[in-house]
Design a protein around this ligand. Structure first.
Ligand SMILES: [Cu+2]
Length: 123
């Protein structure tokens, strides 16, 4: 009886509403990114621009412009990053999109190339 009640409660939880409140909200795929998304290119082992400033609620889309795979990784413990968010490895022309819901500074790296450092400032 108890177990049935617990499962009913879990099913009723608004999972998507909870994730929308996260400071960093990973969008399911590129088609979920609005046309006005702020663009960051990844090429020559660098994020370009390295440092961007956007308004809260803005979607940022990263595009890998070279053959070497890269990703976008917000490490837990950095400012405003409470849980690790490690984006998938992107091959040439693949994208990754995130909506920033809260003001703050968000440092990120590329997992296999930790010297690739960049940040997003959300106001
Ligand atoms: Cu990389």
């Amino acid at each position: 009886m108890r177990r049935a009640l617990l499962s009913a409660l879990l099913v009723a939880l608004p999972l998507h509403a909870a994730s929308a409140a996260d400071a960093i909200e990973v969008l399911p795929d590129a088609s979920a990114a609005p046309a006005e998304a702020k663009q960051v290119q990844i090429a020559k082992m660098k994020f370009n621009p390295t440092d961007i400033t956007v308004k809260a609620g803005t979607v940022v889309t990263w595009t890998n412009s070279e053959a070497l795979p890269h990703n976008v990784h917000f490490k837990a413990g950095g400012p405003n990053v409470s849980k690790d968010i490690e984006g998938p490895m992107l091959r040439a022309n693949q994208t990754f999109s995130v909506r920033f819901n809260q003001a703050g500074t968000y440092d990120y790296i590329c997992t296999p190339h930790p010297f690739m450092k960049a940040k997003v400032t959300v106001e």
